[in-house]
Design a protein around this ligand. Sequence first.
Ligand SMILES: [Mg+2]
Length: 410
Amino acid sequence: MKITQIETIQVAEFSRITWVQIHTDAGYTGLGETFFGPRAVAGAIHEIFSPMLIGQDPLDIERHWRDMFDMANAFGYAGAEARAISAIDIALWDIAGQVAGQPIYNLLGGACRDRIPVYNTTASYGGNNDLHLAMTDAGTLAKSLLDDGIEILKWAFTDPFADPYRGLYLNDNDLDLMLEPMRQIRNAVGNDMAIANDGHGRWNLQNAIRIGRAMDQFGMFWQEELIQPTNVQNHVTLAHEIKAPICVSERLISKYQFRDYLREGAAEIVMPDLIWTGGITETKKIATMAEAENAPVAPHDTTGPVNVFACAHICMNAPNAWVMETVRAFYGPGGWYDRFVEPNIVVVDGHLLAPEGPGLGTRLKPDVRDRPDATVEVSDEPATEDHWGGFRSAYEVYTGDDGKRGLRLK
Ligand SMILES: [Mg+2]
């Protein structure tokens, strides 16, 4: 079986998402996705990676991941290249599952569970008002989520206070006002709702410690990215200074960056973003590294539906998968996921159910690529030898008829 075509699909309505479809000569089509900078992602896919994959066996996923990473990392890997690799990797796993006639989690080693608790990140879409409620009437939001069986809520409660001074200055009145949504939740529903805070990496260490300590009275589910994950030692310090567990981080790319945080005890909860960090191949390895450190894994979302499907397979398989991020405004009634994929994810009583069917368990609706606001790019040419320049040597070792060894041009 050979890869014949790789296409990227973007729509103006969701201008930061890229979908990838990989076609084969056996009639299988694999679906992947990533988020942010779609023109750069499409450039990485069509200029760098597609030529390496066209004509290759899609089932050699580890080889392709390694080839793509090594090619990218000749110049630094953690950008559009990593996002492109992530999307391609998901599509390759989708093909592998379809060929096997099995859901991807069975190819990863089988299921540890058939559902996982979700937490709701309070983004809004359409008529959904969750985001506004989180900032102004969080008790009502908590009751509404509990009505849907969702017992964990996350939002970036500190963002409005960080923006004016880039997280460098925070006065005591603002620090108190910052806690109001937590007070509202506890007053409305007591301890029935777990509260997670996402600092979006907007604070310096000093203020992160102040915020973490102030919120500790509410028994926070976790503190996520109060500071940017650019300094392992700062996270070790933060973990020692506050009670809530430190969650790290959607911004870490590949097992290499997670390794450094895990090794130093700087990641008490591990949150890879599958569509940024390197796809299913890499997230499985990160989850296993976390398992060795007794750290739970909580995959990151708030992007597109394919990510949730891919994460669901990790969540069913990984023994240490804990909770899955989802946004009810996106998947629920009035949301947008079901306009793009079929079937949609299934969340019942606050749990994401295992995808059904072979591969990912969903497809991009055929009419998406025909939308008037869609941009579709297609690659179908294999790499020339020149494409591997700087990555594979043009020379090889040979042994002559006289037994002497030397180097010659390939
Ligand atoms: Mg986050």
